[in-house]
Structures are given as C-alpha cells and as structure tokens.
Design a protein around this ligand. Sequence first.
Ligand SMILES: *Cc1c(COP(=O)(O)O)cnc(C)c1O
Length: 496
Amino acid sequence: MKRNASRGLAYEEDLLFELSRPGRRGADTPAYDIPRVDVEDLLGGLLRDDVAALPEVSEVDVVRHFTRMSTWNAAVDLGLYPLGSCTMKYNPKVNERVARLPGFSHAHPMAPAVDNQGLLGLCFELEQWLAEISGMDRVTLQPAAGAQGELAGIMMIRAYHEQRGDTRRQKVLVPDSAHGTNPASAALNGYDIVAVPSGEDGILHPEAVAERMTDEIAALMITNPNTLGLFESHIAELCDVVHAGGGLVYGDGANLNALLGVSRPGDMGIDVMHYNLHKTFSTPHGGGGPGAGPVGIKASLAPYLPTPVVEQGPDGFFWNHDLPDSIGRLHGNHGNVGMLVRAYTYILALGAEGLRRSTDLAVLNANYLLACLREHYHVPIDRPVMHECIVSDRGLAETGITTMDVAKRLIDHGYHPPTIYFPLIVAGAMMIEPTESESLEGLDRFVEALVEIADEARTDPETVRTAPHHTRHRRLDETRAARKPILRWQPPTEPA
Ligand SMILES: *Cc1c(COP(=O)(O)O)cnc(C)c1O
C-alpha cells in the first residue's frame, strides 16, 4: 500500500486499473427480447458473435475508480488555477443546474423553431447582452472557441474588403505580444502577417502602426488589455490610424474579464471581436467541456455573418438562413448550446453591477499579487496591471532555477502553474491571472508558496530542479509529451 502524500489517499497500485473480475457487474440490463433474425436482417454481417470484452466491475469499484482519477487532475474545483490569459475562473454550479433543465438539455437541434422558442429566445437575448456589454451591433454565437471566432472574424473582414473590390489588401498587422492564434487565424485566411513591435512600456504606439499602414493592410488584430496585462491606452488612436488607411480592427476579446462594465471595445473603435465564454463568462474549460467563442461585429459587417442567424418575427424567433453574402456555416447546428445556456445564466445571475464588480475584483487581485511578489521575483514591466500580471525568473539567475522549475514546484504545493514562457517578448515569463474567484486568504497562500519556492531556489535548488515530487508522474519530457502523447492507460511492460 502506498500513500499519496499530496492528497492523503490510500490506494493499491495493482488495483488501479485492472479491476475487472468475471461475472462482476454494477448494472442489470433488461432481458433481450428482439428476435435474432430481425437483428441479423438489420445489421447484415455486422452482428458480433462474442460478447464485447468490456470490464466487469461493480458499481462501487467504478465510482471509486473515476473519483480517484479525478483527484489526480488539477481542477478549478480543487484550487487556484492562475493560467494567465486563459481566465480559469470558478464555474458556478447554478450554471450546471440551468443547463440541465430538460427544456434546454433535451432540445433537439433539428426541432422546428416553433417547438424551440425558449432556447431560441435565450440565444437571441444572449446575443443582445454580449453586444451591449462590448458595444458591438450584432453577435453570432456559432464559433466553438476563441480561435474559431478569430477565423470567423477574419473571414468577415476578407468578405468586406472583397465585396468593395478592395483586393490589394493581403496583409494583417499583429503585435509581437499577440497570442499565437492571431497570426494563425490570419494565415489560415490566406493573409501575410506583418509584426508590429510593442514599445518599451509594453504597449502599442500609433507611430509603429502608422509606419506599417498601407493600402495592402486588411486589418490590425489587437488584444486589449494585451497579454502583458496592460491596457492599450492608445487604442482609440490606433483604431483611427487603421481606419484612415482603409483597414478594419479585430479585437481579441480573451481578456474581456478586465473590462466588464468599465469600458467597451466597440466604443474604442474595434470592428469585430470574439468573446471566450469559457473564460470571461465562467463556462467550463478544457477537459471540463467544450468552449464557445461568439463573435461581435459592427453593422458594416452584418451581411457576412455566419448563417443561420436567430431573428425575431411576428410568429416568434426563427433561424434565418437567407444571407446571400454570408461566410457560411461554422458549426453543426447552432454552436455549443449548453455553453450558451451557462453563460446566459452567469450574466443573469450577476447582472450589470455584478459583472462590473467581478472585473474590479479581478483587477484588484492581480495588482495585489504583483505587489506581494515584487520583492521576490523580477517584474519585467513595473506598471499597474489589469487582470493579470507578469513576473520572471531573472532574479533567480544565479541559482540556475528557471521558470519551468518554479512552475513544476508549484504543483507540489497543490497549484496549477501559471502560463509560462508567454508572452514571447518576456524571457522566462510567468503570467499569473488570479481571477475574481479567489479570496484574500487564497491569494496569500499562493504568494506564500511562490515566496517559499524563491527561497528554496537559493537554499536547496536541487529540490526545485527535480520537482514535482508529490505527483503520480515526475517531470515529463515536455517535447515528447507534446509530439508523441500517450493519451490512454497502457499496461505496465514487464521489466526485461
Ligand atoms: C485563449 C486565447 C485565445 C484563443 O481562445 P480559445 O478559446 O482557446 O481558442 C486567443 N487569444 C488570447 C489572448 C487567448 O488568451
């Protein structure tokens, strides 16, 4: 018997996966009463001769198996998940309750609109709320992630220029602090990328854009606040420069958590933007569920919206497929509808004042962390931040301890590491986003862990360099884990 030090759970190594015993079962299925000939008729030669080799396990074994494995993962329900830019905020349980209401969870995507008025009404209203929050004119809920939202947005920008016969514009401006999906989305749409350097102060300056703004530029893609957690304070002028040159401005809305109820991208001059419902609007992330990346646009781009769009007529809500200049359909049916219900619930539960307060707290928490960490970690750009802050490993140089080591050691303290080595323009970056979900005591515990690691780097660097020590797997080969991932359990091989 081994003991899992980090969680105090006892388990027997050899019982972890091979739980199957012949004849053991946790559920009864009804007796089989379809005549075999009928089934053979239906399936032709596809009928199997043997019983499927499924594990034979009791209910309690199944429950313990999955519950145990769930504790081997990092999860926002287990602790702070400060993954900068990704906004891993708490997923309120009321969202789940509402998404499971039969009227939503049983709604069939192909049901006629007349039978789906509640769900269509929810989509219609959510579009209006997102438009109101961001200062845009219309919204599509179809894209399944921020990245797909970017793809959709850039497709609409391309359609806009082409419709005007402005076909010389084959380039997109992207700041050097941008998330990798920005240049990828532009390139997928056939555009060449022109990088724009940020200033010494970490933000974009109008001259840097003006210098590169020609009649070959289709758009500028910009994230505000940017991935350094800094507000792009020249945003209005940046948009003016691009518009004066005939281009459009794409706003990456992944950091909208810093703006709710305070300012609106639409008012800053953004023409098209995406929202990450799984970041700003509290729907589950990653392994927790599919994402949703709605896109908001100014009226000038409305003809190009993906179809179908939900509209309201004299007979109620309906899906309008008749948009001749549309960029087409982006998702089967109507997007990840369960996520739309959760985001709707979140907005409804918080209301305008609650959204504003969530942003105030997110910004306060990030600045608090930065203030507490300043003495212990190098701060590359020391300015007040928005909802996330950046420190680096530069102050640890003489210990040989790197950002990667600090991140791995944090796992031993029970924390998911922050985003590391991003943005690319900061060497050894640790990009920390606490979100508004954390209590003051929770933030203090996290600071304590980071301070302890910085001290340990000086007194016992070997322990930091070889972390993590309390996980089921020790430090992985990052390259092989990315290039040749082993995604399912495999029986241990016998030692030769
Ligand atoms: C997360 C993120 C994206 C991509 O969004 P996904 O929903 O993960 O596809 C784009 N830009 C920024 C700045 C992000 O943080």
